[in-house]
Write a protein that binds this ligand. Structure first.
Ligand SMILES: [Fe+2]
Ligand SMILES: [Fe+2]
Length: 139
């Protein structure tokens, strides 16, 4: 049976990924404004990556014998581009902080595969965070 706390980490991660997958896809759809074409395309691309992250986390939890949640964390779309970028930069920095905590726990648990999964996702999340922060510069 899966370690209870690891299952909690994986399910919280799944909820966070579902949140941003929906959040970014909806922002892609409603984005308006001067920079919206560039940002809108990128939001769609990142939304798809977040859904792929959801899949990988859910596959891992299923393999370990747990049940993946279907519930996203609170979705915050925002109305104008700058606000969206602020919400998204915050979502990514919260995720980065949480994944670092999760991978420390995997280390303690001696579960290198789950640890590597969180490490892999962390690389992508730092890339996303960098994109949102870059969009906020000069605004
Ligand atoms: Fe992600
Ligand atoms: Fe991300």
């Amino acid at each position: 049976m899966v370690d209870k706390k690891l299952a909690e980490y994986l399910n919280k991660a799944i909820g966070m990924e579902l949140q941003v997958a929906i959040q970014y896809m909806w922002q892609h759809i409603i984005a308006r404004g001067l920079k919206s074409a560039e940002i809108s395309d990128k939001l769609r691309k990142i939304a798809v990556e977040e859904m792929q992250h959801t899949e990988r986390l859910a596959e891992r939890l299923d393999y370990l014998g747990g049940t993946p949640t279907t519930q996203p964390e609170k979705i915050t779309v925002g109305l104008e581009l700058k606000k969206m970028m602020e919400l998204d930069a915050k979502a990514e920095s919260d995720t980065i902080k949480f994944y670092k905590e999760a991978l420390d726990y995997c280390e303690k648990l001696k579960d290198p595969v789950s640890k590597r999964l969180f490490e892999d996702l962390l690389v992508d999340e730092e890339g996303h965070h960098n994109f949102f922060e870059t969009m906020l510069e000069g605004n």
